[in-house]
Design a protein around this ligand. Structure first.
Ligand code: COA
Ligand code: AMP
Length: 636
């Protein structure tokens, strides 16, 4: 089939408001908009101004009312605990109303914030939807973050209530969440008025009288009482959620997502980008703590009337590298979305893809990859072994959906390995130099999006309009800065090459080296430090910290290095995967004192590089090389 992409993209470009007004017909509105786009509102304009809606209604009630009550909404498959459960749309609505009733009992109202710190269990999805139902603003915090990170988010979002669980399960260990939650609340200035804790059989948490409540018990009571909670109308421009993501400092950025534009854009993507129909099973193997989880485990599939898989496990080891194929065949998944790192893990365990033959994958039509660069080897391996289109697409927490991709539903475009393909309607993607001038095709530069951003993209950062402008809008006036560097070729295909800031991507998880440096610098023996991301075969990148010790420190460096690894795990969390601290005498710097992190990374990755002309003392690079060799890092 010839692709309709060019025609659809041109239609959007010719009249963006008409394009999005038409897409918005797929959503049930309580009150229609006054303006599709109001350029005078917000920091760069707002979508669907004047409209009223409810995201939970669009995800659940309308499907129950209009033909899908008995269709599975959620399939929970947890190889790590051995449990499975299915919730139809009707059952999910009943559970969400019960959870909303429990939140109401704790005083949660429209506009209140609720932090959700939970593992991959259906109750996490229910909590998100219950907040949406009440017009409350949820902020999900990934379970792999430690107490300090949770505390930072509590202080920024100021939640009235926190919804959590007694534990998460990681391979070989039960992660008790409650002590982390208690520790976070002890560290934070803001105190929630209540915590709702879902008790899992693997670990029963001790509840604090007067503050903590047993969520499962309270939901059961609400359900037995037949409690019904109506959907609260909210403005299309009201926040649905805040999702914290790594910035360049230890203070994460609170990305705000609205209700109306978010629904319109996400619903559009399900058919046009992913080529999934209502009633089909879509699986995003991510975590609700990340944007992929928000958009493609929870909101988009449910808005579309599809079935979503909530998977609690890993691509390997739960129990083996065949678990993805087992889930696809058992639940008739038509499309899987995951990070390339998951496929690298599978490929490492089962290089010939032998386990695939054990399962019937006849339902399976496509694989989507995002979250980090999809390396050509991984794409080729997946294409060959699975015999379906493998589609790389590029996006960010800030946008909530793909900026650049290959729209399967409009007809697939030819794949160029290493490129996530072309801009989606809504995005005018350009590459410009540091002075803001367009660069010729094939030239590396800053990847930017011409304003306004399309529906679903962040209107601002939570309580931080100035930080939003400074971080994204000020450097290139009229454009949104993605902080990715890349190239657009003569055919309009984009290639993402690197971040332009100090964010690194570890196993598809976005992490700030700046935040890790803040932790290392807090150690009493550390004088200065630098953290870089070094290439890693499995995780894409892993962090490596260089530290210069204070003069007079006589303890063995190995002892301090071990403490530093422990400190990052304790302060940021295991997800940082910080396992390597290297003591050096000096850090390479420019004559003006700027640490040459880029050169250190090239050195660690064994890349050819030119010694920067501005370097203060080139001999330091030899010392760094030596230290890396001693720690087993591949320096040429
Ligand atoms: N709660 C508590 N701890 C968690 C956690 C959670 N929700 N998620 C991860 N962790 C811990 C892990 O147990 C691990 O701890 P360890 O240092 O004690 O081993 C650490 O954080 C790093 O986790 P992870 O990044 O998952 O690495 P891994 O080595 O355990 O597994 C992969 C490697 C490739 C299998 C894994 O990263 C993976 O499945 N990636 C898929 C990518 C993905 O989902 N990305 C999301 C964006 S699409
Ligand atoms: P996150 O906000 O966690 O989704 O991370 C967004 C960042 O991950 C982007 O700015 C990119 O640096 C990187 N990224 C995401 N998807 C891709 C992709 N398909 N190819 C290359 N980099 C990607």
């Amino acid at each position: 089939m010839a692709s309709r992409y060019a025609e659809v993209y041109a239609a959007w470009k010719a009249d963006p408001e008409a394009f999005w007004a038409e897409a918005a017909q797929e959503i049930d509105w309580i009150k229609p908009w006054d303006k599709v786009f109001d350029a005078s509102a917000g920091t760069y304009g707002r979508w669907f101004v004047g409209a009223e809606c409810n995201t939970c209604y669009n995800c659940l009630d309308r499907h129950v009312e209009r033909g899908r009550p008995g269709q599975p909404a959620i399939i929970y498959d947890s190889p790590i605990t051995g449990s499975k459960a299915t919730y139809t749309y009707e059952e999910l609505l009943e559970h969400v109303q019960a959870l909303a009733a429990v939140l109401q009992d704790r005083g949660v109202e429209k506009g209140d914030r609720v932090i959700i710190y939970m593992p991959m269990i259906p109750q996490a999805v229910m909590a998100m939807l219950a907040c949406a139902r009440l017009g409350a603003i949820h902020s999900v915090v990934f379970g792999g973050f430690a107490a300090h990170e949770l505390a930072t988010r509590i202080d920024d979002a100021q939640p009235k209530v926190i919804v959590s669980a007694s534990c998460g399960i990681e391979p070989g260990r039960v992660v008790a969440y409650k002590p982390l939650l208690d520790d976070a609340i002890a560290q934070s200035k803001h105190k929630p008025s209540a915590c709702l804790v879902f008790q899992r059989e693997q670990e029963i948490a001790t509840l604090i009288e007067g503050r903590d409540y047993d969520l499962g018990e309270a939901m059961d009571n609400a359900m037995s009482a037949g409690r019904e909670v109506a959907c609260v109308p909210v403005a299309a421009t009201d926040p649905l959620y805040i999702l914290y993501t790594s910035g360049t400092t230890g203070q994460p950025k609170g990305v705000v997502r609205d209700n109306g534009g978010h629904m319109v854009a996400l619903k559009w993507t399900m058919k046009n980008h992913y080529d999934v129909d209502p009633g089909e099973v879509f699986w995003a193997a991510s975590d609700v703590g990340w944007v992929v989880g928000h958009s493609y485990i929870v909101y988009a599939p449910l808005l579309h009337g599809a079935t979503t898989v909530v998977f609690e496990g890993k691509p390997v080891g739960t129990p083996d590298a065949g678990v993805f194929w087992r889930v696809i065949s058992e639940h008739s998944v038509v499309s899987l979305f995951t990070a390339p790192t998951a496929f690298r893990a599978i490929k490492k365990e089962d290089p010939n893809g032998k386990l695939i033959a054990d399962y019937d994958l006849s339902s399976f039509r496509s694989l989507f990859l995002a979250g980090e660069r999809a390396d050509p080897d991984t794409i080729k391996w997946a294409e060959e072994k699975l015999d379906v289109p493998v589609i790389d697409h590029w996006w960010q927490t800030e946008t909530g959906w793909a900026i650049v991709g290959n729209p399967l539903g409009l007809g697939m475009l030819p794949v160029k390995l290493g490129s996530p393909t072309v801009p989606m309607p809504g995005y005018d993607v350009q590459v410009i130099d540091d002075a803001g001038h367009p660069v010729p095709a094939g030239t590396l530069g800053n990847v930017v999006v011409k304003l306004p951003l399309p529906p679903s993209c962040l209107p601002t950062l939570w309580n931080a309009d100035d930080r939003f402008r400074k971080a994204y809008l000020d450097e290139f006036p009229g454009y949104y800065k993605t902080a990715d560097a890349g190239v657009i070729d003569e055919d309009g295909y984009l290639f993402i090459m690197a971040r332009t800031d100090d964010i690194i991507n570890v196993a598809g998880h976005r992490l700030s080296t700046g935040a890790m440096e803040e932790v290392l610098a807090s150690h009493p023996d550390v004088a200065e430090c630098a953290v870089i991301g070094v290439a890693d075969q499995l995780k894409g990148q892993t962090p490596c910290g260089f530290v210069v010790l204070k003069s007079g420190v006589n303890r063995p460096p190995e002892e301090i290095e071990k403490e530093l690894v422990g400190l990052v795990r304790q302060q940021i969390g295991p997800v940082a995967a910080f396992k390597l601290a290297v003591t050096v005498d000096r850090l390479p710097k420019t004559r003006s004192g700027k640490i040459l992190r880029g050169t250190m990374r090239q050195l660690a990755d064994g890349e050819e590089f030119r010694i920067p002309a501005t370097i203060d003392d080139p001999a330091i690079l030899d010392e760094i090389g030596e230290a890396l060799r001693e720690h087993g890092i591949g320096v040429k």
